[in-house]
Design a protein around this ligand. Structure first.
Ligand SMILES: NC(=O)c1ccc[n+]([C@@H]2O[C@H](COP(=O)([O-])OP(=O)(O)OC[C@H]3O[C@@H](n4cnc5c(N)ncnc54)[C@H](OP(=O)(O)O)[C@@H]3O)[C@@H](O)[C@H]2O)c1
Length: 357
């Protein structure tokens, strides 16, 4: 249950210095991190200089990719975290003081300065969003656009396709399966790491079939779930699931490589897609993608997504963790499989109160 500290923040209009909590990288992990790799620090938050904006963060996103950034992030198209420095990540917050005409007090903004209660930066670091777009501001942090461009661009989804999604109960996978169905897939199959998650996939998210990837060889489970083969694989995981998908793929099948959770969890390099003769003989496409190349499709996606939410044809699944102090352990738990849907951390509520777990 959530309670709130009563050391309430100054009113939004106050320009006095205030303290804020932030999380820094304490040491670079060698393997899977522990809570000791994070340091929680209270700092004085400066007032915004001319051209800057002060934002009180409401929610921040937890992403498995943050583990790679803790390790240095050299394989990602974004910079890794620096030891001793505050970490970063997607967040949504409210402008509490602005020294730039482009943003005003009370505006809701998304930005990359998570892992801190307050963010101060040039106005260009923040993008104003419509506070009425979603029931909760946290939904601006969702990974629906990742799922959408993975299916539509990387996998070239076609009506009638049979689609397989791994880590299907997670932030991206849960939406990828549902969006595939909404875009005309004939059959949607998901894999996840527990019986509860498997039941969630078929019972709540509308997957046609699902299996626990711990239950014997993935190849056998996938063949049983897709007797006529699969046309699209939305790969969040790599490893054994990727190799099984290559084997079960129909001719001209398409694999969209979104992530490498097996590698992110174990720290070991991925063994790759397996038998390339199968790839050649079946004329398969294996295509990696990143969201950063497709941000121009955000408006098109957002319009469809809000329509699906309005008509009740998509389930938005979210786990909310309370308070920045709980975020380091929650990041480790996220990759460990504890949560479903998009995992976010509530930093402060709209009244500026800090949740205490
Ligand atoms: N390409 C892009 O632009 C882009 C953008 C965002 C995210 N990503 C990547 O996409 C992937 C999914 O991101 P997300 O935020 O949606 O994560 P997510 O699926 O919510 O991630 C958490 C889940 O990972 C699963 N997992 C952990 N280790 C695993 C393993 N060894 N094998 C199979 N599943 C494992 C766990 O589920 P189970 O309980 O089912 O094991 C856990 O619940 C990540 O690799 C992320 O870095 C890519």
């Amino acid at each position: 249950m959530t309670s709130f500290t009563t050391s309430a923040l100054p009113p939004a209009s106050s320009r006095l210095a205030r303290n804020g909590v932030e999380v820094r990288l304490a040491a670079r992990p060698d393997g899977f991190p522990t809570p000791d790799h994070f340091r929680i620090v209270t700092t004085t938050v400066p007032d915004p200089a001319p051209g800057q904006v002060l934002v009180r963060n409401l929610f921040m996103s937890l992403d498995p990719g943050m583990l790679l950034l803790m390790s240095g992030g050299s394989q990602l198209p974004i910079p890794g975290y620096e030891v001793g420095e505050v970490m970063y990540g997607n967040a949504v917050g409210e402008v509490v003081a602005s020294a730039d005409p482009s943003l005003s007090e009370g505006d809701l903004v998304v930005h990359r300065l998570g892992w801190r209660e307050y963010a101060v930066a040039g106005a260009e670091a923040f993008r104003r969003v419509d506070e009425r777009a979603y029931p909760s501001p946290s939904m601006h942090l969702g990974f629906g656009l990742v799922a959408y461009v993975g299916l539509m661009e990387a996998a070239r989804l076609r009506p009638g396709d049979t689609v397989f999604v791994s880590s299907a109960a997670g932030a991206t996978g849960g939406l990828a399966g549902q969006i595939a169905r909404l875009k005309g897939a004939a059959r949607v199959i998901g894999s996840a790491g527990s019986p509860e998650k498997v039941a969630h996939l078929t019972g709540t998210l509308g997957f046609d079939a699902a299996f626990d990837y711990h239950d014997g060889p993935v190849l056998d489970r996938l063949r049983a779930a897709a007797p006529d083969g699969i046309d699209v694989y939305f790969d969040n995981v790599g490893g054994e699931q990727l190799r099984a998908a290559v084997e079960v793929m129909n001719e001209h099948g398409r694999i969209a490589v979104c992530g490498a959770l097996n590698r992110q969890r174990t720290g070991r390099p991925d063994d790759g897609p397996g038998d390339l003769l199968s790839v050649a003989a079946k004329r398969l496409t294996i295509r990696g993608f990143t969201l950063f190349d497709h941000l121009d499709r955000a408006a098109e996606f957002g319009e469809q997504f809000r329509g699906w939410l309005r008509e009740g044809s998509i389930v938005y699944d979210e786990t909310v963790v309370e308070g920045l102090a709980a975020a380091p352990q929650a990041l480790l738990d996220l990759v460990g499989g504890r949560y479903t849907g998009k995992t976010v951390v509530r930093l402060t509520d709209a009244a500026g109160r800090t949740p205490v777990a």
